[in-house]
Ligand binder design. Structure first.
Ligand code: IFM
Length: 444
């Protein structure tokens, strides 16, 4: 075997509540910011919504059977806050709570370890109406919700993920207005960024006081940032973007400080003791990585930071993201070299391609297989050089609602026909099945 992983390496796949569940207003579920956003005209490609998505709420048993066929060790999913607390706080909704009970039991019946993420972006609209992540009170509302969920399922769930990609939620949802709640304001971005960090620390502390048996981590999107050109201006812009996107989450969580570049911007929202509160030791860090970020200086853009296009001739995925496996290697090495080599799981990696069923009704997604192989090679290389990586989760198990891109972009190992809800495992599904069985693969 060319690329072989240790026998205890965890192989998983990931999804998120809003992207797959559907049943947006069933069984007492409340409205989330993504329900509101997707129902607002002009926000989502093609006017798509997550109302039905993959109908996983009703089809979860079939989906777990597919996970078992795939041979997954672990399944990463998120709970929809509004299924459990329709208004975000107050009286829990029994039926919503029962859904995750049933899902978790089904996973355990198939010997698949449930990895539960408390928050993958679908904030209750009722809390957004009180200011959402811009409001410091959110931190405490979130901690109450997370503690409730951990106590409800923590007899069977051992791995909890606190937030999914708070840095992306802060940027796309609060600064660029491309994701819910659709805000475009720098100070809202700054406040949300800090409150996400504070929430991570507070939840860690709360959960530790409830049980010592849980493995606690959080999930960050870490993209290495490269200057387009080796000019001082581009390098400076890249350094600042790296501070805003990567170090603004990594430094407070793992070093108890904000980067010099962003400290002054945050001064109006950071209170005494916040940094101590944030820097609670985690058991592991979840790393999501898809590509690198190329940055150029542009005087007309805020902070002179602009995204540059991938170099001419680059291989791109259907998201127009450059295929650049070294990004994952660099992210893992950065954690090893600059952050004390924490225990890491790659909690998302994958690619969207224009998958089409052939005449035999099959999907031969060889580009995705090649993408995944090259990224696993990058993980292996980092591990051989000492990076502390313990597992890998493909994004995603199923094709699903890709946020502002609606259903146009398919990331799944399993194709979903959204008209009929028919699931068709792609060639990458069989490939991943073999990888898990063999703990690796031969280079193609
Ligand atoms: O679909 C998303 C996921 O929700 C968060 N990480 C990136 C994925 C692909 O864009």
């Amino acid at each position: 075997m060319d690329i072989e992983f240790p026998s205890e390496f965890v192989w998983g796949a990931a999804t998120a509540s809003y992207q797959i569940e559907g049943a947006w207003n069933e069984d007492g579920k409340g409205q989330s910011i993504w329900d509101t956003f997707s129902h607002t005209s002009g926000k989502i490609y093609n006017g798509d919504t997550g109302d039905t998505a993959c109908d996983h709420y009703h089809l979860y048993k079939k989906d777990v059977a597919l996970m078992a066929e795939l041979g997954l060790h672990a399944y990463r999913f998120s709970t929809a806050w509004t299924r459990i607390f329709p208004e975000g706080r107050g009286k829990p909704n029994r039926k919503g709570r029962d859904f995750y009970d049933a899902l978790i039991d089904q996973l355990l019946d198939q010997e698949i370890d449930p990895w539960l993420c408390f928050y993958h972006w679908d904030l209750p609209q009722a809390l957004q109406d009180k200011g959402g992540w811009q409001n410091r009170d959110m931190v405490y509302w979130f901690a109450d919700y997370a503690a409730f969920v951990a106590e409800a399922y923590g007899d069977r769930v051992k791995h909890f993920l606190i937030l999914n990609e708070p840095n992306v939620a802060a940027l796309l949802g609060h600064m660029l207005g491309l994701h819910a709640p659709g805000k475009s304001d720098f100070m809202t971005f700054i406040a949300a960024s800090h409150h996400f960090n504070l929430a991570t620390g507070l939840v860690t502390e709360r959960l530790r006081s409830l049980s010592t048996e849980w493995q606690l981590g959080t999930v960050l999107n870490l993209q290495p940032v490269h200057p387009e050109k080796d000019t001082d201006e581009d390098m400076e812009a890249a350094e600042l973007f790296h501070a805003l996107m990567n170090r603004n989450v990594l430094d407070p969580l793992l070093k108890g400080q904000y980067p010099n570049e962003t400290e002054a911007m945050l001064s109006s929202v950071v209170q005494d003791d916040d940094l101590r509160q944030i820097a609670q030791p985690l058991d592991f860090l979840g790393v999501n990585c898809y590509t690198r970020m190329l940055i150029k200086s542009d005087k007309k853009s805020p902070f002179s930071i602009a995204q540059a296009s991938p170099p001419k001739g680059s291989e791109l995925t259907a998201m127009n993201w450059e295929v650049y496996p070294k990004a994952l290697y660099e992210s893992l090495k950065n954690l090893q070299e600059n952050y004390g080599n924490p225990r890491v799981f790659v909690t998302e990696n994958g690619a969207a391609y224009k998958d089409e069923l052939n005449a035999r009704g099959e999907i031969s997604d060889t580009a995705r297989i090649r993408y995944l192989e090259r990224h696993l090679e990058a993980v292996k290389e980092a591990m051989e050089e000492g990076a502390n990586v313990s597992g890998y989760f493909v994004w995603s198990l199923l094709d699903n609602f890709e946020w502002a891109e609606g259903y146009a972009k398919r990331f799944g190992l399993i194709h979903v026909d959204y008209e009929t809800q028919k699931r068709t495992p792609k060639q990458s599904f069989s490939w991943y099945q073999d990888v898990i069985r063999e703990q690796g693969f031969d280079r193609s």
